[in-house]
Each structure stands twice: as structure tokens, then as C-alpha cells.
Design a binder for this molecule. Sequence first.
Ligand code: PRP
Length: 213
Amino acid sequence: MSERLRIALTKGRLQDKSLELFESMGLDCSPVRNPGRRLIHAIPNYPLDAVLAKASDVITYVEHGACDLGVVGKDTILEKGGAFYEVLDLDFGCCRFALAVKKGSDFYGTYKTRRIASKYPNVTRAFFEGKGMDVDIIKIEGSVELAPILDLADGIVDIVETGATLKENGLEPIEDVAQVSARLIVNTASMKLYKSEITDFLFRVERKLGEQA
Ligand code: PRP
């Protein structure tokens, strides 16, 4: 009998796209769409149980084996890291990390240490270390676009999707930092223990992505 796999899905922007993908593969995701008060949702026509979680918790669950699989953004993977297999680029939730500054400001035209605000300090540190540039990083939890407007920072490193938030706040992207999209991740022990179940699931996902390409 095949083992039921457990998958953690990132709540919010990636949630709907994940369910759309699974439904297009023939999985009945109605229990996830109508959750009531339940936190674990059994897919009735495939041996898979789904939980919804914040992005960072998806990685924690998969890393510790509480879930065998996860769908999470590359942004969170780059920021948090961890020991798991990143097996597939799901090709949705596509956006980028960019360095943005006040429109018209000359970010590189000074020798003084620049101050960068970001929700992603590790991504920011790695980016500027790669340039051999010393910067002060300020961790902000939300609406990071405010930091340059309030003169708290010379620039920000943040997710840019349409660019509308930057534009509406008088900021402009000056450099790409990394491309971001949703990834399928797998717990390292599950990959060995439930090889045939995981292979079957990955095969179905890959086949669907191939059809959509
Ligand atoms: C992200 C990001 C920007 C915005 C960019 O925030 O931090 O603020 O989206 O999108 P745009 O380029 O299409 O304008 P999100 O809405 O995810 O909220 P958060 O601040 O809670 O992360």
C-alpha cells in the first residue's frame, strides 16, 4: 500500500496557484479550498495530505520531516536556507529581488557606507558581499519602501513583481539581485523512504508543467 505523503503549501499568493496546478493534475483539492477549522486536509483521490503554512514555516516543516514536500518561494529559500532538496521550479509566483533607490539618486556615487533596508537581510548581505561592498543593513518587517522615503536608508532590497509599489512611492529599481519563483522542496529522508510515492508525484507535476510550457 502506498504511503500518504504530506505537503506544506505557502499561504497567500502561492496558495491558489499551487491548488490550480494540483487540480489540473486531477487532484481533488476541495478539502483545502473549504477547510472549516481543520488544519490538515486529506486529498480524497490521491494519497496526499496538505497543510497551509507561512513560507518560512513550510521550510521548517520540510526540513524537520514534519512534511515530506513543500511549495515555497525561492525568496524564502534564499533568505532562510536549510537542508532539503529543491527539486522543481514550478514556474509560478515569478518575480525578482531588486535593489531600489529614490528616483534619480546616485547610489554608487559616494564613498560613504550605504544603508540598506530589507525584509531579507541575508539575501542583501550576500548580494553586497558579492560586490565586495560594505553596507549597513537594517531589518524591516513590512512596507520596506518607506525606509528611503523617511531617509532611514539609501536603498532597499525587496521583491518586485509589477514594479507598481516602487513607482507609486517615488522609487526605482537600479539592479536585479535574483530571480524568484515557487519551488517544490522535498525532505531528504522522505526522498529515500518514500521514493516511489515521491517519484510518482514529481512525475505528475513535471508532466503537467511540460504540457503548460
Ligand atoms: C511585496 C513586496 C512589495 C510588493 C511588490 O509585498 O514587498 O511591497 O509586493 O509588488 P509590485 O512590484 O507588484 O508592486 P507583499 O504585497 O507581498 O506584502 P508584504 O510587505 O507583507 O511582504
